[in-house]
Design a binder for this molecule. Structure first.
Ligand SMILES: Nc1nc2c(c(=O)[nH]1)N[C@H]1C(S)=C(S)[C@@H](COP(=O)(O)O)O[C@H]1N2
Ligand SMILES: [Mo]
Length: 439
């Protein structure tokens, strides 16, 4: 990089010198046109032959360097470069009947680090995104409390707040593959997953303010969307690390993420992080709402449903290479991926190149935080041999990510939710990557 900019500076200097040597009239024209490459034979000699389609490549001066760029606040709220237009959330059309009760997935294959830009956070809603006016929004705390509360957003935000980096994952992530569906993109196999810095007030602070009555064991969270989503949260979790969140990645929540306020239950299935939060009721029993009975329970092989599968257990996936990121050249490569656990920190990630026969320990890169996306990497020297790439994460509780057959043994094939099995990418000799299922 340094060399390139040095070259460019030298080149500019050279062009200026050439210009100085031109006759007066030509020089003026030349300077007015900026550093126009066709402005004289002397210049053409200076930069060498211009090949069609490569006008912007070194040693030429690129078009964008020949005139002034746009000024400050021409875009008051910054947007990604138009060349990144492909970096978007995507949905699978056949997955849901309509776009109101649907889901979009994050482009994990292009993401860096452990924070998802807010505009690329996956979205899941059951009744569309309501347009909540924060001035007309209240958070009610009722039920088994000494002092029922009705808080404005200002009142909520005046309590002491905390910021934490955590992943959020829909428990249906990967669910399409339980029975063997092959999604040919990482965005569709694992993209119901994002990571953010969340800022909010601890739910324990608010419940203390309201005063929890003896015998209370559960908290019901209710959303202000058309779906009126409601979930029962055990009081232990409510008093542990649950947050009433109003900000995401340094700014107010995005409407898709629950503006102006949502519940956030770190490490737990996304569905329990109720968005557009309007009410918290304290009680002594779970409420058996739709989202914890007919949905978000796991139908086992014997026909019984497992309920209250709250935690998103340890999981991982290789993000490069993947179907969207084929290997483009032989030689030294950096293999990368994401690991996460709803039980705490990721302790170790092992990588296999041969479908689980042998394993090597990958390097954890950057921050390793509890209930957060954790990035791992490993260098491999690829010479065009076919690979069966897998990653297997272990969390600080010692939980080891299971194989698909281990998971099926315990859970059968009726399930949709909580599929955290080891994932396999098949790398072909030409570097193309397929999604395959190994037992
Ligand atoms: N009020 C309300 N809260 C909700 C939902 C909803 O439809 N309505 N969807 C839930 C589901 S299923 C998930 S996975 C997460 C997704 O959060 P996100 O859209 O911010 O990614 O929100 C949860 N909270
Ligand atoms: Mo979800």
């Amino acid at each position: 990089m340094k060399k390139l900019s040095e070259n460019t500076t030298d080149l500019l200097q050279e062009i200026k010198t050439e210009a100085a040597e031109l006759p007066q009239n030509k020089r003026r024209d030349f300077m007015l046109n900026g550093l126009k490459l066709t402005a004289g034979t002397a210049l053409a000699t200076a930069v060498g032959k211009v090949v069609a389609g490569q006008e912007n490549l070194p040693p030429n001066v690129p078009t964008w360097q020949k005139s002034l760029g746009r000024g400050v606040v021409s875009v008051p709220y910054g947007q990604p470069s138009k060349h990144e237009a492909n970096l978007i959330r995507r949905t699978v059309e056949w997955l849901t009947a309509d776009k109101i009760a649907s889901i979009s997935m994050s482009p994990l294959h292009k993401m860096k680090g452990i924070i998802t830009p807010s505009g690329l956070h996956f979205e899941r809603y059951h009744g569309g995104v309501p347009e909540v006016n924060p001035d007309d929004h209240r958070i009610m705390i009722n039920g088994m409390v000494e002092r029922p509360l009705l808080l404005t957003m200002d009142e909520l935000m005046s309590f002491p707040s905390e910021s934490h980096i955590h992943f959020l994952e829909c428990p249906a992530n990967g669910g399409m593959e339980w029975r063997g569906a092959q999604m040919e993109a990482l965005q569709f196999t694992h993209g119901m997953l994002s990571g953010s810095e969340w800022t909010g007030v601890k739910l324990s602070t608010i419940l203390q303010e309201a005063g929890i009555k003896p015998g209370a064991k559960w908290v019901l969270a209710e959303g202000a969307d058309a779906a009126g989503m409601t979930r029962s949260i055990p009081l232990d979790k409510a008093l542990d690390d649950t947050l009433v969140v109003f900000a995401q990645n340094g700014e107010m929540l995005r409407p898709e993420q629950g503006y102006p306020v949502r519940l956030f239950t770190p490490g737990w299935e996304g569905n329990t992080s109720v968005k557009w939060l309007r009410r918290l009721e304290v009680g002594d029993m779970p409420w058996a709402q739709r989202e914890e009975t007919s949905k978000y329970t796991d139908l086992l092989a014997d026909g019984k449903a497992r309920k209250h599968s709250f935690v998103q257990e340890v999981n991982s996936v290789i993000t490069s290479p993947c179907p969207e990121n084929p290997i483009k050249r032989k030689g030294l490569l950096q293999l990368e991926g994401l690991a996460w656990s709803g039980h705490g920190k990721v302790k170790r990630v092992d990588v296999s190149l041969d479908g689980g026969v042998s394993w090597q320990t990958a390097k954890l890169k950057g921050l390793v935080l509890s209930k957060s996306l954790t990035r791992f990497g490993m260098e491999i020297n690829w010479q065009g041999e076919p690979l069966l790439l897998q990653s297997r994460a272990v969390d600080e509780t010692g939980y080891v990510q299971p194989t698909l057959s281990q998971l099926r043994e315990v859970r059968g094939t009726n399930s949709i939710y909580h599929k955290n099995s080891i994932h396999t990418w098949q790398v072909q000799t030409d570097g193309a990557v397929n999604n395959v299922q190994l037992g």
